[in-house]
Design a protein. Structure first.
Length: 246
C-alpha cells in the first residue's frame, strides 16, 4: 500500500515547499546555504546601528526580489515574536530600548536572509546541499525523514479533525471537549507510529540499508562563483565599516 502513495506524497511535498521562480533559485543550493551561514556570523558580530541597519536592508532587498507567499507568512510569524521582545525588554532591563533595537535588527537581518536564500529550497534540495557540503550523512538522513514525518503528522491531524467534524463535534470549554482532544492526541500518536512503520517497510523493500544516497547532480556554475565573490565583498565591507565606525 505504501508504494502507490509515495509518488503523490512527493508531489505534495514539492508543491508545499516550492517557491515562485526567482533569480536566487537559479543558484546552487550549497552557495545559498553557505552565504546564509556566513551572513549570520557576520551580522551577530556587528555592533554599530548603521551597519546593522545596512545588513537588515540588504537582507530585505534579497527577500523582496525572491519571496513567495509562504516566505511572507513565515516573516510575519517572526515579526510577531520580535515585537513582543521589542515591547517588553525596555521595561525590564536598564537601557533596554537600545538593546531591544539591536537584537531586533540582528534577528531581522539573519531571519530575513535565511528566508531569502534558504526558504525557497525544497526539503530534498536542502538535504542534498547539506550532504554535498560535508554534513554527516546521519544528520542529513535524520533531517529528511523528520521533515517527511512532520508532513505525515499534519496530514493525519487534518484527517482526524475532519472525522470529528463529520460527527458534529463542536469544541467548547467542557469536559467532553478536553476528553475528545485527549483522544485526538492519542490517536495521532498511534497513527503516526503506524505510518512510520509502513514507511520503514517501504524503504526496506526498496533496498534501504541505513543510508540515503545523494542523487542530486547539480553543478557549480560561473554565475554561482560571481555571486559568491560579490557576497564576500559585501560581507567584508560590512565588517570593515563596523570596525571603522567603532
Amino acid at each position: 500500500m505504501a508504494a502507490p502513495q509515495s509518488a503523490p506524497l512527493v508531489k505534495q511535498l514539492t508543491s508545499l515547499f516550492a517557491a515562485q521562480a526567482s533569480w536566487i533559485s537559479a543558484h546552487d543550493p550549497r552557495l545559498r546555504l553557505s552565504a546564509a551561514a556566513v551572513f549570520a556570523l557576520v551580522t551577530v558580530n556587528l555592533t554599530h546601528f548603521v551597519t546593522l541597519s545596512a545588513a537588515a536592508i540588504i537582507a530585505a532587498g534579497l527577500l523582496v526580489s525572491s519571496a513567495s507567499r509562504t516566505q511572507w507568512r513565515n516573516l510575519l510569524a517572526l515579526e510577531s515574536i520580535l515585537l513582543i521582545l521589542l515591547i517588553t525588554l525596555p521595561l525590564t532591563v536598564p537601557n533596554g530600548l537600545a538593546l531591544a533595537v539591536t537584537i531586533w535588527l540582528k534577528a531581522n537581518a539573519v531571519g530575513v536572509m535565511v528566508l531569502a536564500l534558504v526558504g525557497s529550497l525544497e526539503p530534498m534540495q536542502f538535504g542534498h546541499a547539506l550532504a554535498r557540503l560535508g554534513v554527516p550523512s546521519q544528520l542529513v538522513q535524520l533531517l529528511v525523514l523528520t521533515i517527511r514525518q512532520i508532513y505525515l503528522l499534519d496530514q493525519e491531524f487534518i484527517r482526524l479533525r475532519q472525522a470529528m467534524r463529520a460527527r458534529a463535534f463542536v469544541p467548547r470549554s467542557n469536559r467532553h471537549t478536553w476528553r475528545s482532544y485527549g483522544w485526538l492526541v492519542g490517536m495521532l500518536l498511534v497513527r503516526s507510529l503506524s505510518r512510520s512503520q509502513r514507511l520503514l517497510a517501504a524503504m526496506r523493500l526498496r533496498g534501504f540499508h541505513g543510508r540515503l544516497y545523494v542523487l542530486d547532480s547539480g553543478q557549480w556554475q560561473r554565475h554561482d562563483t560571481a555571486l559568491a565573490l560579490g557576497l564576500m565583498l559585501l560581507f567584508s565591507g560590512l565588517l570593515a565599516t563596523d570596525w571603522w565606525l567603532r
